[in-house]
Ligand binder design. Structure first.
Ligand code: NAP
Ligand code: G3H
Length: 475
């Protein structure tokens, strides 16, 4: 019988009148039923959260940290159990799914510790008119209130934890909306918060399709901060609906790997393939195009090709490198990009093959800027190689993208790499490594259509707090 999952609201597990059936993308098997919350139920979530805010924010950092450490311990204990379901629900290799849960526990522990280091400051007047010299400002951080955390299908647990833990340690209360495909895993994450015994209403879940309840949960005046990871169109929509309220948006990307003549080509190829094809390319930070200097292109392309041909293709439970994509719409989109590149004359160096939603990894050489693949985010296992004549051309093509998440530069000339990094319109530049989010205490952000706001544990806490000054005059 299909397992029925429940939402966690105000310290209780709750059913809704309607459900959504979740299927495994790889096998098509039924995985479970999750509630499709009504707008009245969302109102109750938000009212319960606000009721809990006063007492939660009144706790000391050390008291809130103790709850978070408990949650992290539970996740570590249950990592294999949750990972097994997560692997099935989003067709992610089993080992990667387990590491996603462990990484979430690590973020939660780190956020708890970081909270202990939160401090305000005392400012002295006197820098302006003479009368101000007696003024003192005591500046302290305060929670923003109710944080709505929305995670995407590709990291439904980890990109939830990276929002929820910094929000809670800062004294906020949380409503967490997981992606529909990923909501069972999200509710398993909620079980850890429930078992850790957080006071009722501090942490709550909302399940339901974004297309049905998304606007309602975002526009609702009870929400004080929206922390979203997902696609750029939905992020832009949320940005418009947020009005004056603060937001954090982690959106799409088109990360370039720029390869110079002096690069270590073996290391470069290894990182490019891992970066482009990990979780079948369904990572915001995946390497999504290679901009290689013509002089080393032939050698690099051959090395990349060998490694792409060695990728394993199959099912998530066998830890295959390439697994079926999340749904048919995603696979159709990737196929469209592949067909466009092929029709416009790109050389496919691996076989183009699709079985259902499983797309075999495709390496395209000689991709040109008139092809969609040069600009669009596939979120699938296809990698375009664009040959360039100069570093300036590589920088120009990289910056022409509407996105600006990350980039990699492969070279042994570090001063030159720093000079290039300075010119790239992205949030992070990696030297001699693949583009990637971690480690999770580093700032993580996107320029242009890749996002707004800065994540990374300390930065997330800062974003989800505001400052309040108390000013007085000394005698
Ligand atoms: P998505 O379709 O935008 O969905 C993301 C989340 O938003 C899901 O929970 C979804 O719920 C919800 N949602 C949908 N419509 C909504 C609305 N109107 N209001 C509020 N929430 C709404 O993205 P995805 O397909 O899950 O994830 C893939 C995309 O995310 C890619 O573009 C990728 O680059 C990006 N991403 C970016 C980062 C980053 O850090 N920059 C990280 C990971 C992923 P439903 O599932 O119920 O529709
Ligand atoms: O999909 C986007 C994630 O934030 C990527 O994280 O680089 O650690 O795989 P990752």
């Amino acid at each position: 019988m299909t397992k029925q999952y429940k939402d966690y609201v105000n310290g209780e597990w709750k059913l809704s009148k309607n459900d959504i059936k979740i299927y495994e993308p790889a096998s098509g098997a039924e995985l479970g039923l999750v509630p499709a919350m009504s707008t009245e139920e969302v109102d109750y979530v938000y009212a319960s959260a606000h009721k809990a805010l006063k007492e939660w924010r009144a706790l000391s950092y050390v008291e809130r940290a103790a709850y978070l450490h408990k949650v992290a311990d539970i996740l570590e204990r249950d990592a294999e159990k949750i990972g097994a379901v997560l692997s099935k629900e989003v067709a992610k290799g089993y080992k990667s799914a387990v590491s996603e849960v462990i990484r979430t526990a690590e973020i939660i522990n780190y956020a708890a510790e970081e909270g202990l280091r939160m401090e305000g400051e005392v400012l002295e007047g006197g820098s302006f008119e003479a009368a101000s010299k007696k003024k003192i400002a005591v500046v302290r951080r305060e929670p923003v209130g109710l944080v709505l955390a929305i995670s995407p299908f590709n990291y439904p647990v980890n990109l939830a934890g990276s929002k929820i833990a910094p929000a809670l340690i800062a004294g906020n209360v949380v409503a967490f909306k997981p992606p529909t495909q990923g909501s069972i895993s999200g509710l398993l994450l909620a079980e850890a918060f429930a078992e850790a015994g957080l006071p009722a209403g501090v942490f709550n879940t909302i399940t339901g399709r974004g297309s049905e309840i998304g606007d309602y949960i975002v526009e609702h005046p009870a929400v004080n901060f929206i922390n979203f990871t997902g696609s750029t169109p939905i992020g832009e929509r949320i940005g418009r609906m947020a009005g004056m309220r603060p937001i954090m948006l982690e959106l799409g990307g088109k990360d370039s790997a720029i390869v110079l003549e002096d690069a270590d080509l073996e290391l470069t190829a290894k990182n490019i393939v891992a970066g482009a094809f990990g979780y079948s390319g369904q990572r915001c930070t995946a390497v999504k195009r290679v901009l290689v200097m013509e002089g080393v292109a032939d050698k690099l392309v051959e090395k990349i090709r060998e490694k792409v041909l060695a990728l394993t293709i199959g099912n998530p439970e066998n830890d295959a490198d390439i697994t079926p994509l999340i749904d048919t719409k995603a696979a159709d989109f990737v196929e469209g990009l592949i067909n466009d590149a092929k029709e416009k004359g790109a050389d496919n160096l691996t076989e183009i093959k699709r079985e259902g939603n499983l797309i075999c990894p495709v390496l395209f050489d000689k991709v040109t800027t008139d092809m969609r693949l040069a600009w669009e985010e596939p979120f699938g296992p296809v990698l375009p190689i664009i040959r360039v004549k100069s570093v300036e051309e590589a920088i120009a093509i990289s910056n022409q993208s509407e996105y600006g998440l990350q980039a990699s530069i492969f070279t042994n000339d570090f001063p030159r790499a720093f000079g290039i990094a300075e010119q790239l319109e992205v949030g992070t530049v990696h030297l001699n490594n693949k583009t990637q989010r971690g480690t999770d205490n580093f700032p993580f952000l996107g320029a242009k259509k890749s996002g707004a706001g800065i994540q990374g544990v300390k930065y997330s806490i800062e974003a989800m707090t505001t400052v309040k000054s108390v000013v007085f005059d000394i005698k």
